[in-house]
Design a protein around this ligand. Structure first.
Ligand SMILES: Cc1cc2nc3c(=O)[nH]c(=O)nc-3n(C[C@H](O)[C@H](O)[C@H](O)COP(=O)(O)OP(=O)(O)OC[C@H]3O[C@@H](n4cnc5c(N)ncnc54)[C@H](O)[C@@H]3O)c2cc1C
Length: 355
């Protein structure tokens, strides 16, 4: 155990050291930038769509580094930052759900005044001519665009509500369903499935008298319900089992539809992810020259070659920020190369934490 920890420390020490030094450098740069950036009436927009791990990191880095003449516009449909890591737990455990929603107010407290604007709206279209169209009807022109819209997954991984109060009510409704059900099937053994099964068993041990039953190598057909309902699962050999509640923790759809109309070839026909070059600029299969040079994508929605993890999205944010500055200043662009540390995940199924 001690040996393992030492090996991990030795392996990642250079990465942490490099990261720590670059953070220090960023802080110093941000302080200087705060007193040197000037608001101009003709400022052009650098638009970031999606205010979660990837988008918010990018918006912050841009607000600390863009030269005078540019400002950041963050478009996010939710009223609060959704801390999705906690959603599986707070769909089981009552009275804590409000903690998973963090206000956006104050996120740019250290940025120069006037460099940042946030709109609670849904981007529905990117139009040719460098304009983002919003569900409200507003049209936002951009000099540079970064799409960090993530993926859609069924509750509890993601919620449907956009306002905090409604999102909390959504989680409370899931808690009530778990409380009422005796036989619960969690389908899918990814991070969310494992967390859900562990939490249900840990907080409600009476739900089953046989521990957690694990059925491997099965892909049961899910009933056609709105989700989080009871029903029958059909396993191999037509074996059927009845459950009071079926929780599906499978499948995700990249939120790439805003490119469908004007840039359909920048969307993978197989995965629906946004295709990007190593520089994280859009990569359309029908691309001619530098058609999309000012459009980037990052995080879970993009086919970056990196893991679909918050850490990876934050590293990618750094690359996009540097590359936008490089384009403004006529410098060479940097390529994103995934690092193994970006794929690490901490799960704590049940009351006793484990790694
Ligand atoms: C239970 C659980 C535990 C996890 N633990 C870890 C962990 O320990 N470490 C780790 O690195 N990762 C972890 N992950 C993975 C991590 O949550 C995702 O990789 C991360 O959320 C992806 O971030 P993102 O910014 O790319 O997209 P998302 O988090 O999906 O966010 C996309 C944002 O875009 C907004 N949006 C979407 N479409 C539009 C639109 N058209 N207009 C306006 N706004 C829009 C959404 O509202 C949302 O805020 C975990 C995930 C789960 C479910």
């Amino acid at each position: 155990m001690a040996n393992d920890q030492l090996r991990v420390f030795i392996k990642y020490f250079p990465v942490f050291l490099k990261y720590g030094l670059s953070l220090l450098f960023q802080r110093v740069q941000a302080l200087i930038h705060r007193y040197t950036w000037k608001p101009l009436p003709s400022s052009q927009n650098v638009v970031v769509v999606g205010g979660s791990f990837a988008g918010i990191t990018l918006a912050r880095r841009l607000a600390e580094s863009l030269p005078s003449g540019y400002k950041v516009v963050l478009i996010e449909k939710n009223s609060h930052f959704n801390y999705t890591f906690d959603f599986p737990r707070y769909s089981v455990l009552p009275k804590r759900e409000q903690r998973a929603f963090i206000p956006y107010t104050g996120i740019m407290a250290n940025a120069p005044k006037g460099i940042f604007e946030q709109l609670q709206d849904m981007a529905i279209n990117v139009l040719e001519g460098d304009v983002v169209e919003l569900a409200s009807g507003r049209k936002i022109p951009f000099a540079y665009l970064a799409i960090a819209t993530g993926v859609t997954q069924s509750p509890p991984t993601k919620l449907w509500a956009r306002e905090k109060a409604e999102a909390c009510a959504e989680l409370r409704a899931l808690q009530a369903k778990i409380l009422d059900a005796r036989r619960i099937a969690v389908v899918g053994a990814g991070a969310v499935g494992v967390q859900m099964a562990g939490d249900i068993k840990s907080f409600y041990p009476e739900k089953s008298n046989m521990g957690i039953g694990i059925v491997l190598g099965e892909r049961p057909e899910l009933p056609r319900t709105a989700g989080w309902e009871g029903g029958e699962l059909t396993f191999k050999g037509d074996r059927e089992e009845q459950f009071d509640l079926i929780i599906s923790c499978t499948g995700q759809t990249p939120n790439s539809s805003l490119l469908e109309q004007s840039f359909p070839t920048a969307i993978s026909s197989k995965t629906k992810s946004i295709l990007v070059k190593p520089t994280l600029q859009l990569h359309s299969v029908a691309e001619s020259n530098a058609q999309h040079h000012n459009m980037f994508s990052l995080g879970d929605v993009a086919e970056t070659g990196g893991p679909k993890m918050a850490r990876a999205g934050m590293v990618q944010a750094d690359i996009v920020q540097r590359n936008i500055l490089a384009l403004i200043n006529g410098r060479r662009l940097k390529a994103y190369k995934p690092m193994s540390i970006e794929g690490s995940l901490k799960l704590s199924p049940g009351k006793v934490s484990s790694r």
